[in-house]
Design a protein around this ligand. Sequence first.
Ligand code: 26V
Length: 818
Amino acid sequence: MFGLMDGFLRNDPLSLQKDILYHVEYTVARSRFSFDDFEAYQALAHSVRDRLIERWHDTQQYFKRKDPKRLYFLSLEFLMGRTLSNSITNLGIRNQYAEALNQLGFELEVVAEQEGDAALGNGGLARLSACQMDSLATLDFPAWGYGLRYQYGLFRQVILDGFQHEHPDYWLNFGNPWEIERIHVSYSVKFYGTVEEEVLNGEKNKIWVPGEMVEAVAYDNPIPGYGTRNTINLRLWAAKPSDQDDVESFNTGDYINSVINRQRAETISNVLYPDDRSYQGKELRLKQQYFFVSACIQDIIRRFKDTNNSFDVFTDKVALQLNDTHPALAIPEVMRVLVDEEHLGWNQAWGIVSKIFFLTSHTVQPEGSEKIPVDLMESLLPRHLEIIYDINFNFMEELKKHIGSDYDRLSRMSIVEEGPVKNIRVANLSVVCCYSVNGVSRIHLELLKTRVFKDFFEYWPEKFQFKTNGVTQRRWIVVSNPSLCALISKWLGTDAWIRDVDLLMGLREHAGNADLHQEWQMVRRVNKIRLAEYIEAMSGVKVSPDAMFDVQVKRIHEYKRQLLNLLGIIHRYDCIKNMKESDRRKVVPRVCIIGGKAAPGYEAAKKIIKLCHAVGEKINNDPDIGDLLKLVFIPDYNVSVAELVIPGSDLSQHISTAGHEASGTSNMKFLMNGCVLLATSDGSTIEIIEEIGEENMFIFGAKVHEVPALRKKHAEMKAPLQFARVVRMVRDGYFGFEDYFKPLCDAIDKQGDFYLLGHDFASYLEAQAAADKAYVDQEKWTRMSILSTAGSGRFSSDRTMADYAEKAWGIKPCKCPL
Ligand code: 26V
């Protein structure tokens, strides 16, 4: 794609080889005559890093010269996974590196597996940020990502006796070759203290006198685009003790305690919060959030001032994307900086603030909305509390003019929640102040409009939009499924789909071609064999690649209904057990694969993991069953495990209770890889159905609009007998641990079955039976599989990012010349 040399560094295999040896000797400090796979990885990574830095410099300088409107993407979470393979693919030098390594006696795939995941996020929202960074770089957008450099990423899941245990993920243990520490890019972040008044040019001005200061230090992570020289930046902040802090206690002689106190500053960016359900008003979390936004805003304003001398043009130069409400304190922070530090009038500052922020919501649960206790806010961020009160006062006055004295509505829409504990409603603050509020799928926007933000939608209909999520085909096909990638390019006669994913549609015309079928099946089989080997290594269970691989991998949540899947598996097991020998021959063999982490404090989710192990134990060791059914749990599901699991799956389950999954993005990754979906009409699946056709998927269950009535009617309805039977098996201890599983059964039998497992069970079994039937007809199945990939183009994050750029942020590509 590029010439052999596009900077100082040459990219032919011989030069790469020399570079790797150079880094073995001087960076890793091992002998160039003797190094192992891990050391080869480190050296290779440093050689790639050199190339990334060259492009990063060129891109940043080009952006600086052109000074276009920039997008700043603020997210407290990024699930980047591994970097090596993705980088050399995007740089277009994968083959050269493979050859260079070969000549040194190493294999690229093996070396690449030495890398650990960067897991600075929980789930969907965090992986989405990573996909979007890849697309922003590839589409040449002048964008910056900002995040936190947690010392401990998402916990590692260790399974002991079927129970989840959380182990710390100290991912920086072996160094991180992908980041560039910028000790000179650092900002002081203030906390606590008081707000004082001064008189400046005859006007009153507020000054925040802090009680504590912490330094934010930048770590830059280059993000290369594919097929372009553009390499954008993901800047992660780490907390360090401030030199300005605590001089007092040093002077009073308590040296040891002063050092210990200083060190405490680092705890702010120490650990990622692993519970993605609800916000609990924790002080440390609030500190993390403010630490993050304060560093970002200082950095953004500094960059703006480098090339501009009036805030009049700020809105032409800056767009700030809030990835959910987690970074919403950026709003009062910009107000504070503009009013208190830059001395703009309130109205001028508000005029700016109300145009630069864009919010994406990633949830449908109103109870998941963040709330900050006013007491906490008052002590930690006293000036921000005043600013929020002022914003709210103005908003309430404005609102009263339009809706009069409907006090219930006013109080629902207020940013301040009154009650025994007074709270700041972060969602309301965000909606009031953001220029647009975006849902992540069409149905999600409907739910935002009719439930979560109903009052706001009625007041500001034009504010609410949606941009259906997407994922990057670079990581999810090109990197993770290279043989499928080659096959697609061969049949399309081009690899241009890697940048222009709509071209995948061209596969439709070959969907019936017998030659393609054969090659397609071959690629898929090799991926299944690789997955089978991994399963055996992880769980000791031997599985046959002839069986259908039926997969559900995602965070464990009651609404995602892993329990429905397990009850379906128990039903299948029960049926096979009670079958005549002659009927058993007709059973389509299945390997059921479940994986995902439960939040550490989420009891029900942890019980579901244990149930999976208990049921697997029974089934996998039952001689009556043999290869007809296996159930395995894949431990420690993360991005790199996903890269292995997804290409090796036949059937992929996305079975949330309708109305609960805002979008879902793994459905898109499976789709790209030719997996057939078994799913409810929820989130982005609804749009996938439109693209692929219901006949090429297995769709079941209540629809979104039916769910509320079904919940009300629940008491009168009787669950089907088969359902009652499988729940009873769990309750009666057929799989052991009956006391431990009792709450799971009670939620269904006694507490109203909120997630409608009983209601959806029969149609779930029907969908599963239809999948069995289709799988027997391999021609039909392969056709469905090809059509899944062919229809996945709409679900690329390239499309999502282009949409945001045009309809929200108002930014244009800025392509660094080759
Ligand atoms: C909430 C909290 C609460 C405080 C502690 C840390 C924390 C971390 C994350 C969250 C919210 C997670 C929201 C999330 O991941 N939503 C998922 O976003 C995906 C991308 O838009 C979407 O596909 C999924 O449907 C949605 O569940």
